[in-house]
Design a protein around this ligand. Structure first.
Ligand code: ADP
Ligand code: MG
Length: 488
């Protein structure tokens, strides 16, 4: 072999590849071993694929499932029928219809007389899910309740008792669902929505909740932030992955423009035209890197300012520092089309679903990352109407900001955007806050080493079967100890 220095330093040199593979393997083995330690010996409820409730629910919808939704439902049902606890991640672009998929899984579990917990990352989303699921499932005789941190004590106690007695089938809430005083009768399925906010540790920490009856609940995790395949093969190696790779029919891509904020007047004119033809508009104020307080103040100022500029348009405001019932009121007014323009902070980033909203203005867009821009933009383009998004920015743009806005204008495809994001920011950032530290590699590069990554699951499996004793030292060499994954 060529041992000249330039050749040795080339990433294609066999010696370099060998080291890269070893590092990737260490990560893969660490994360899968952690899962096996939690899951091994544990059993879960077997959920028969009984079509009664599930079919009634489908009949009540005004649309047919997409093939991608059907495929993913079959994958979930397959896991639910097994006594091995499910740990499945459903990835689907914004608007691909993950909530319906979750509701069908819930129906199948409830039909067996077992309980389902649905956990959302924010109160706002928990409330929206509660509203949606009640509309869908209460008519079928399913009992639902919500559990959030801000609930009155008396109401909370009543709910806790209904959860413990099994009077209630589906419980929807925030982290409050897993506080120590919440005792379930027979929790068989946990659905975690928008999981990019939760780390591996939280994914695996549900074990406690199953201890009462000796069974672990199945887990279904939904994420609207697509993760490039190469990254998810390593970072999410502890989960089965399903992908909803199709949008419901009739969606048109959101037309996106980038406009310097010196041309605000034009935007105001566009809003007036849109509203006069019955469309609804989001105006998102972002102050990323500043405090929540400053972001909320900015939204309040914009709200007042827009009211002055457009006195004939009904405008409302939602931000993180408002009380839960005020937020709820602002959002439900918007979703009932009583409000034409909603000024919001990034609290509306994930999950909010108002199909009639078709124009979105994002302020300070040059400060946001691609994943966040894509999430925000995903609040429009959810109905049949053609939607648009204006990315307002303060000139001059940095090169990175310019390329981000360029990518947003070019494509609406969340997976494509995620790949670009990985190139621009690296894996730690793409995965979000929690796992950032755990997945920063010394030598491997998820963009450069795509081909090698494809080999990892097979090699990892082979090592587990044939040389299990080399696993601890291998992990230790690269990661210190595996706690790093568990504790982040
Ligand atoms: P997300 O995947 O972003 O969570 P949602 O589950 O909120 O998406 O679905 C987005 C919208 O699309 C909702 O209004 C939902 O009722 C609707 N929807 C879901 N599945 C379909 C389908 N197969 N056909 C038409 N509309 C659908
Ligand atoms: Mg959603």
């Amino acid at each position: 072999p060529d041992t000249s220095l330039p050749h040795m330093l080339d990433s294609n040199h066999p010696a370099n590849k060998r080291v890269v593979i070893e590092e990737l393997l260490a990560h893969h083995l660490a994360i899968t071993s952690l899962k096996e330690a939690v899951i091994s010996g544990e059993s879960s409820f077997t959920i028969a694929d009984n079509h009664n409730l599930h079919q009634k629910f489908l009949n009540s919808l005004h649309f047919d499932l997409t093939n991608a939704q059907k495929k993913v439902i079959a994958e979930i049902n397959h896991n639910l029928q097994s006594t091995t606890p499910m740990l499945r991640l459903v990835q689907g672009d914004v608007g691909s219809g993950k909530t319906v998929v979750a509701a069908i899984a819930a129906c199948n579990v409830v039909e067996q007389g077992l309980q389902v917990a649905i956990m959302a990352p924010t109160e706002l989303l928990a409330e929206q899910h509660y509203r949606n699921f009640r509309n869908w499932l209460e008519p079928l005789g399913i009992k639902l309740l919500s559990l959030t941190g801000k609930m009155k004590k008396s109401e909370r106690n009543q709910n806790l008792s209904d959860i413990y007695s099994g009077k209630c089938n589906i419980i929807i809430g925030t982290h409050a669902l897993f506080q120590d005083d919440v005792k379930y009768k027979n929790l068989a399925l946990v659905i975690v929505d928008e999981q990019h906010r939760f780390g591996v540790h939280q994914r695996l920490s549900l074990k406690k909740k199953g201890e009462d009856n000796g069974k672990l609940p199945h887990q279904l995790i939904m994420t609207a932030t697509p993760i490039p395949r190469t990254l998810s093969m390593i970072a999410y190696a502890d989960m089965d992955v399903s992908i909803i790779d199709e949008l419901p029919p009739g969606r048109t891509p959101v037309k996106t423009v980038a406009i310097p904020d010196s041309r605000r007047d034009e935007i105001i004119e566009r809003i007036k035209i849109a509203c006069s033809s019955g469309k609804q508009v989001y105006w998102v104020c972002t102050m990323i890197g500043e405090s929540e307080k400053i972001e909320c103040q900015a939204a309040e100022e914009t709200f007042t300012n827009l009211q002055q500029l457009m006195p004939d348009i009904s405008i409302d405001l939602v931000h993180g520092r408002m009380k839960a019932d005020e937020k709820e009121k602002a959002l439900s007014g918007f979703s009932k089309n009583k409000t034409q323009l909603l000024v919001a902070t990034t609290v509306i980033e994930v999950g909010v679903d108002v199909p009639n909203a078709s124009l979105m203005i994002i302020e300070n867009s040059e400060r946001l990352g691609l994943a966040q821009l894509h999430q925000l933009r995903g609040r429009v383009g959810r109905g049949a109407v053609e939607s648009s998004c204006a990315l307002l920015y303060k000139a001059p743009l940095t090169n990175v900001a310019r390329s981000r806005l360029g990518i947003m204008r070019e494509t609406n495809d969340g997976f494509k955007i995620a790949r670009k994001d990985l190139e621009l920011r690296g894996p730690g950032e793409v995965l979000g806050t929690r796992q950032a530290g755990a997945i920063d590699f010394h030598v491997a590069d998820l963009n450069r080493d795509k081909k090698l990554i494809e080999l990892i699951p097979a090699i990892s499996g082979q090592i587990k079967r044939q040389q299990p004793d080399i696993i601890p030292p291998l992990i230790n060499r690269w990661l210190g100890d595996t706690k790093k994954y568990g504790d982040v």
